[in-house]
Design a protein around this ligand. Sequence first.
Ligand SMILES: Nc1ncnc2c1ncn2[C@@H]1O[C@H](COP(=O)(O)OP(=O)(O)O)[C@@H](O)[C@H]1O
Ligand SMILES: [Mg+2]
Length: 234
Amino acid sequence: MHLSSLETATRIQSGIPGLDVQIQGGLQAGDFVLLIGGIGAGKTIFSSQFVYNAAKMFNDRAVFATFEEDIASLKRNMLKFGMDIGALEAEGKVKLLDLEALEGRGMGSNIEALLSALDDIHARRLVVDSLTAFLSGAEQKYDYSFLMHLIYKTLKREGVTTLMTVSKLEGLGARLGIEEFVADGIFELENYVSQHMELKTRFIVRKLRGTDHSRKYHSVAFTPNGIQILPYSP
Ligand SMILES: Nc1ncnc2c1ncn2[C@@H]1O[C@H](COP(=O)(O)OP(=O)(O)O)[C@@H](O)[C@H]1O
Ligand SMILES: [Mg+2]
């Protein structure tokens, strides 16, 4: 496939089985990637696995900021996949941040909390689950440009590789916001109904700047070890 074009030495590996080989060995430092997906498509598992692997496999410190689930349930759910993210947090390799989407306010303080969390542990990676909830706190255009400033002037300058999840409502099509044009990469987890009337999930790399990526749909398996991306089987 794309194995011949692996650039592993310079790439930020996800460690998610089946993903890195699709993207020349990983992301590029400072990439800003959106993970779009429907309800239960695996956005939270995928993105928390990205943070867990960063610290566990690649010795990269990472911040996981959640608006979606409280930290206690996140830890409990990850433990079911054998991933003790609480232990990594205790070692100072991971920082879990519980943010709140406060209507019309709180955007600035959320961004401040994010930046100081990154600073605290000298993080190289950031996950925000979800950008959808984060932006629901942005009422004015001012907040919106503040966010874009955060991404471009701060995260990119510092070389922090960032993954943010985006909730997509089934059947409504993609809502195209500024963030989708700004993103270096767009990964999608799609729910679909198989011929046997089974709800399944598939994965595709829609876009990744600077990367000769796979354009094939892949199947997503929820295994006892977390999410795996496999060759497509309908
Ligand atoms: N321990 C588990 N074993 C197998 N599958 C699981 C497990 N926990 C969750 N899942 C699957 O993952 C789904 C939730 O994934 P999640 O990442 O929370 O979705 P999203 O964040 O996209 O809404 C569940 O609906 C279930 O199908
Ligand atoms: Mg989720």
